[in-house]
Design a protein around this ligand. Sequence first.
Ligand SMILES: CC(C)(COP(=O)([O-])OP(=O)([O-])OC[C@H]1O[C@@H](n2cnc3c(N)ncnc32)[C@H](O)[C@@H]1OP(=O)([O-])[O-])[C@@H](O)C(=O)NCCC(=O)NCCSC(=O)C[C@@](C)(O)CC(=O)[O-]
Ligand SMILES: NC(=O)C1=CN([C@@H]2O[C@H](COP(=O)(O)OP(=O)(O)OC[C@H]3O[C@@H](n4cnc5c(N)ncnc54)[C@H](OP(=O)(O)O)[C@@H]3O)[C@@H](O)[C@H]2O)C=CC1
Length: 438
Amino acid sequence: MAANQENGARSVNSRLENLRNLAPVERLARVAEATALGDADRQVFERGGLPLTLANGMIENVIGTFELPIGIATNFTVNGKDYLVPMAVEEPSVVAAASYMARLARVGGGFITSSTGPVMRAQIQVLNITDPHGARARILAERDAIIAAANAKDKVLIGLGGGCKDVEVHVFDDTPIGPMMIAHLIVDVRDAMGANTVNTMAETVAPLIEKITGGVVRLRILSNFADLRLARAMVRLSPETLKTSEYEGERIARGIVEACAFAIVDPYRAATHNKGIMNGIDPVVVATGNDWRAIEAGAHAWAARNGRYTSLTKWEIDTSGHLVGTLELPMALGLVGGATKTHPAAQAALKILGVTSAQELAEVTTAVGLAQNMAALRALATEGIQRGHMALHARNIAIVAGAVGDEIETVAAELAAHHDVRVDRAKELLETMRAGKA
Ligand SMILES: CC(C)(COP(=O)([O-])OP(=O)([O-])OC[C@H]1O[C@@H](n2cnc3c(N)ncnc32)[C@H](O)[C@@H]1OP(=O)([O-])[O-])[C@@H](O)C(=O)NCCC(=O)NCCSC(=O)C[C@@](C)(O)CC(=O)[O-]
Ligand SMILES: NC(=O)C1=CN([C@@H]2O[C@H](COP(=O)(O)OP(=O)(O)OC[C@H]3O[C@@H](n4cnc5c(N)ncnc54)[C@H](OP(=O)(O)O)[C@@H]3O)[C@@H](O)[C@H]2O)C=CC1
């Protein structure tokens, strides 16, 4: 079904059946039709996303560009709206897994999400003070003047309803270099990721902070522990939806809850469990031109916020026997700023996604993280990860072994069918195939 663009609102049907069986060019046509993607944006994907001239303006000492595949996760419904989700990632089975869980979730209405406002913290480190608590009191007494100074320069952000909203002070009485006072600017960055925005504010108010405290300011930089900028996703599935030909739905639900309990108590497992969540989140962050290091830093800081590294998700069974999954984490994503506007593929990806605010982007991305975690736990708690993952990884192995063109699918299918996904086996198969043709 084509996108409905009436009144600026867009409605997409994300259940693009059979997309997996099309050639990439046919898939692009189908996605473009479904999302009413214009010719210029389509061409971005056909030709390769980033011209060298633009790349050269983005970072230093550019010698070329580095490409990743971009796939579309289908079936997502978030807060009653369908999304086709662009994911830029090198790992097989990630896009398939997200699409699969989104297909199951949509039976019960999809994902429910919410978020806080787009609020970031900038930190200003103040040294050489013998009375850090007195300095704290002086800063808080001058709160309004500090906010006014921070907001003096960024007229665009203020015009959009954003800007510095508050000042917090954290005192560390005992550090390796003596007492330290850290002032935080609490800034609503609207649709930006906000790092440059808040860094500029922190540098602007630093002389005022020195004057008020009598100390010396050193670092003036945002915190990637964006604990005031949280996104949340929730999903609820019936056992009937979860069941497969091999496993009862109740068994799968219980297996997912047990797997999550393992990650809640054991940091060795939590690291892998959370990596599985980031398997869903990072590809959307990359595809939309956002800063994935910032998202990773925020996620893991949040996972360790109570002093012990733990699971980012929670999986439970409610009183009616439904599986309920939740994910909450910092999600500092922008629709403007950074590379989001510079990179043509990021712009085209945002059009496919059809989000209209940074908060909406953060919420959809969090729903993808939750779906990805569910896929991994469902597989791990039942048949194991290797069947589904290695079957799709087999194409990679075939390429490593030297397969080209049609040989890739043929060799991969043979490897997967015998659950023997190894490069040396792929080479043997190739030799046999080529000898047979010669
Ligand atoms: C891989 C699947 C989905 C196969 O699962 P399956 O049961 O073989 O799939 P299926 O053929 O029955 O298809 C079911 C749906 O999956 C999707 N799907 C299925 N195949 C494709 C494909 N080729 N291309 C596109 N979409 C695909 C698609 O949505 C399809 O529905 P349809 O739309 O066809 O009605 C499943 O085994 C799975 O979800 N496995 C988990 C995979 C995973 O988690 N991968 C991440 C990499 S492993 C890792 O790094 C993380 C980890 C595991 O360590 C994290 C942790 O430990 O927690
Ligand atoms: N630790 C970290 O994570 C760090 C990350 N970075 C990098 O910073 C970049 C992101 O910074 P960011 O501040 O988002 O980028 P930009 O400075 O590029 O963009 C933000 C600016 O865009 C303007 N703007 C226009 N429309 C809007 C809108 N709707 N909402 C909000 N602002 C709007 C604002 O004002 P105006 O037009 O007046 O500029 C705002 O200050 C990323 O590239 C990131 O990698 C940098 C330093 C550290």
